[in-house]
Design a protein around this ligand. Sequence first.
Ligand SMILES: [Zn+2]
Length: 202
Amino acid sequence: MMSEVDPLIAGFERGLASTPLSRMPWSTPRRPHTAVVACSDAGVDPERLFDASPGELYVIRNLGGLVPEYAPDGGCHGTSAALEYAVRVLKVRRVVLLGHLGCDGVHAMINGPLKNAQDFVFPWMEQAETVIWNLHRLEPGRSVQDQLEDDVLRLSYANLLGFPWVRDRVSSGSLKIDAFKHDAKRSRLIVVTLDGRQIAAD
Ligand SMILES: [Zn+2]
């Protein structure tokens, strides 16, 4: 009986990662200039999306691509810990919040708790639930989910500014924050502004 090939190990052997570092186009590991907070959905790949080389981006991914509220309570806050490392230790110059059209996390938030994933999924997405209650008007041609995905990005933006060391660096001009949304169907990148607009990025 032939043994099955592990597709991940086979992928590693085909890919650049199995090439010695000295023979790569980038021989010196780079210091990331940008932290990206993105959704863990399989279709979202910040490094491919922004055509970045390894080491350029400090990528933080979670369900829905959410930035939680600043809560230094001694609990284990994975996203906040990674953000603190990126901003205070690596001193990235930019934080990009990356949402996407058709987000499963936002879908779960709208449609209520998933019966088989309530331990962590429910409370995680519930932290953004206020955006549902604040949605008063649907813009022409847009779905509830599409619009809420933008609002979740804006909530993350506001939460991010609640981290004092983020706010200080934004105030001093040494850190920039942007919110983008990827529309994979139409290959579009959209800039989501805080005042409720969407601007095509290209
Ligand atoms: Zn998503």
